[in-house]
Structure formats: structure tokens, C-alpha cells
Write a protein that binds this ligand. Structure first.
Ligand SMILES: Cc1cc2nc3c(=O)[nH]c(=O)nc-3n(C[C@H](O)[C@H](O)[C@H](O)COP(=O)(O)O)c2cc1C
Length: 332
């Protein structure tokens, strides 16, 4: 029987897919270990964790969950099925977030191919979007994408979006005044000569009106970067990705749902950016974060719309993120 991970070209494509996932501030907080010819592990990389702003590692799990979804999608392209064990040894090996076994399956569907192709075209877009509304069937397709991964995407109407933008603005202000947070953020912002972090070209412009639909405190960590003033869309289409519970397994699931939503959006010509600051602030200081108005647990706020392509964030070389266990070291 063909052992999928023993094929060097296929393995590299699977890992490249994983590494193309979005991650908090492009920290790429992951490592991938081939433990057998048909078995891959997704690990958290503690050296890339944000100890100040992500004390419970929610954002790290979300990021690694997005990478895990890409691995599943890339494995499907080979006609294999990914069998996933989430958090397989959380007590003994806490960095292992998932084990993925590839077993023979059916050929990929058209929809699966569309998602896979979107992996390479998806980039966070912090530029202005047009005022063109997103059609109802598309919004429903995005909600369904989250549902496939056992999360909920709550599309916000104008009044609710305004409320969430206000919460994001006050969280941004509080975080911009937190010295420890800013010092940590500075390591990952405007990192143009590196292969991680957010390059200056990908930072948001200055919106002509407030509250901002893009995250303002990112730029306060890079005051030397000149940002033109531009006018953003009047009524941003926001959505909140939520889960019923709030455990590490929910964060990993939410990361997979996030990526399925983003790839579905990309496949249909939509762009997305994020407003994570309210959730970050609640994890850092639950007592000072504004009360969340809905019963479900918010994992990330997504802004959706039609925009022009923006600068892509870089990725680390494959060999920095891939480890091959001894028994698979003699790959062709
Ligand atoms: C959990 C999580 C939170 C994020 N929060 C924000 C955010 O608040 N604002 C923002 O502009 N980008 C946010 N991002 C996007 C990352 O900065 C982005 O994925 C990373 O820089 C890599 O760029 P790419 O998405 O274009 O590949 C977030 C991503 C993840 C996974």
C-alpha cells in the first residue's frame, strides 16, 4: 500500500499547504513531524507563542487549527482521507495538537479542489473593501462552512457590527497603552526583512473615519511606518466565529472552521481581515474587557468584502517547520 508521507514531493506540498495558513501576527507557531510514512503530527512551537497577549494560547490553537485544515485539504487532493486525532496526548506531550493519518479514500470532489486552490490565493486583506453587499447565498455558504467544522459563524447586521467595532476600538486603545503588549507586538510588526511577522506593506492604512474596520493597534507598534489615509467601506460586513464551549479542543476546531470559511470566501472572490483585539484583551484582562453581548463564545471577528489584492506575508522555509522522525529519515 502507498504510504503517502514517504513521497517527498507530496509531503512537501502538504507541509507547504499547512504553512500557508493564517496565524496570529504571522508568528507561524507550528512544527510538523512525520512520525511514520502515513502519520503526521501538528505541534505548537512554544518559542513562537505570545506570552503576554495570548496567555492561554487561544490564538496559537486557532492558528494551528487553520494549518490543520489545510493539511486535511491537501491530503484529500491525493485521493487519501485524513483521519484526525485532536490533542492526542495532551497530558504527556502538550505540544502535540493533532495527529493526522492518511488512509486510502475516494478521489477529491470539485468543491474540495476549489478549497485547495484557494489556499495559495488567500491573504489577509487590510485594505478598503467596496460598498458592494455580499449576496445572501454567499453569506449562507460561509455560515455552512463554519458549521461543517462544528463552529458557528454569526453574520452581524449593521447595528451589531457597529457595536462590535466599538468594542474593537476600545480594546485597541487599551492594548496600545499597554507597554508589555506593545513590546511583544513590536517583535512581529513591520518585519520586512524576515520570513515571519507582518511586513510594513501589509499593515492597514489610516481610515478617514472611526471606528476603524481594521485593527489600529497593530500600527501603533510600528509608528515609523507611513500609512496613507484612505476611506474604508461605509458599513463593514462583520461576522463572529463562535463555539459553544471554550476549551483548547474548541479553539483547535474554531481554527479549522476559520480556515474553511476563509477558503470558501477566497474561492468566491471575497477578501477577509480580522479584528481579534477584543478577544485578546478578554484573555489578558477579563475584568476590563467589555461584556460580550451574545451567549456563544466568540473566537474571532472576521471582516468580509470585495477588495483589491494586498501585499502577502512571507513564510519560513519548509525545512524550518518540518521534522522527520528517524524511521522516515531515508526518504528519496
Ligand atoms: C487567531 C488569529 C488572529 C488574527 N488577528 C488579526 C487581527 O486582529 N488583525 C489583523 O489585521 N490580522 C489578524 N490576523 C491575521 C494575521 O496577521 C495573518 O494571518 C498573518 O499575518 C499571515 O498573513 P496572511 O493571512 O496574509 O497569510 C489574525 C490571524 C489569526 C490566525
Amino acid at each position: 500500500m502507498l504510504k503517502l508521507m514517504a513521497k517527498d514531493g507530496i509531503l512537501r506540498r502538504i507541509i507547504e499547504s499547512a504553512a500557508a495558513a493564517p496565524s496570529i501576527h504571522n508568528t507561524q507557531p507550528w512544527r510538523f513531524t512525520v512520525v511514520a510514512d502515513d502519520l503526521l503530527e501538528v505541534h505548537a512551537d512554544p518559542d513562537r507563542a505570545l506570552w503576554v497577549s495570548d496567555p492561554h494560547a487561544r490564538a496559537l490553537y486557532l492558528s494551528c487549527g487553520a494549518a490543520l485544515f489545510n493539511i486535511k485539504t491537501a491530503i484529500r487532493m491525493t485521493g487519501f482521507n485524513p483521519l484526525v486525532w485532536p490533542l492526542p496526548q495532551s497530558e504527556f506531550a502538550p505540544t502535540v495538537l493533532a495527529a493526522v493519518q492518511a488512509e486510502p479514500g475516494r478521489p477529491p470532489t470539485f468543491a474540495e479542489r476549489e478549497l485547495y486552490e484557494a489556499i495559495w490565493r488567500r491573504h489577509t486583506n487590510r485594505g478598503p473593501f467596496t460598498d458592494e453587499p455580499i449576496a445572501e447565498p454567499m453569506l449562507i455558504a460561509l455560515e455552512q462552512a463554519a458549521g461543517f467544522e462544528f463552529a458557528t459563524l454569526r453574520m452581524l447586521n449593521g447595528a451589531d457590527a457597529a457595536r462590535v467595532l466599538d468594542m474593537a476600538a476600545s480594546a485597541s486603545e487599551e492594548l496600545a497603552g499597554d507597554v508589555d503588549h506593545q513590546i511583544e507586538l513590536q517583535k512581529w510588526i513591520a518585519t520586512s526583512s524576515r520570513d515571519d511577522g507582518i511586513p510594513a506593506e501589509a499593515l492597514p492604512s489610516r481610515p478617514t473615519s472611526e471606528p476603524s474596520p481594521v485593527r489600529g493597534d497593530l500600527s501603533s507598534a510600528a509608528p515609523a511606518v507611513l500609512r496613507p489615509e484612505v476611506s474604508y467601506e461605509r458599513d463593514p460586513q462583520l461576522a463572529v466565529l463562535t463555539t459553544a464551549r471554550d476549551e483548547p479542543s474548541d479553539w483547535l476546531r474554531a481554527g479549522q472552521a476559520l480556515q474553511r470559511v476563509l477558503l470558501t470566501a477566497t474561492a468566491h472572490g471575497l477578501s477577509a481581515s480580522f479584528l481579534y483585539q477584543s478577544i485578546e484583551l478578554r484573555d489578558m484582562r477579563p475584568e476590563s474587557a467589555p461584556a460580550w453581548p451574545w451567549p456563544e463564545i466568540p473566537q474571532i471577528v472576521i471582516r468580509l468584502g470585495y477588495g483589491r489584492p494586498q501585499a502577502a506575508a512571507p513564510r519560513r522555509p519548509l525545512d524550518d517547520v518540518l521534522t522527520r522522525a528517524a524511521q522516515t529519515a531515508e526518504l528519496p
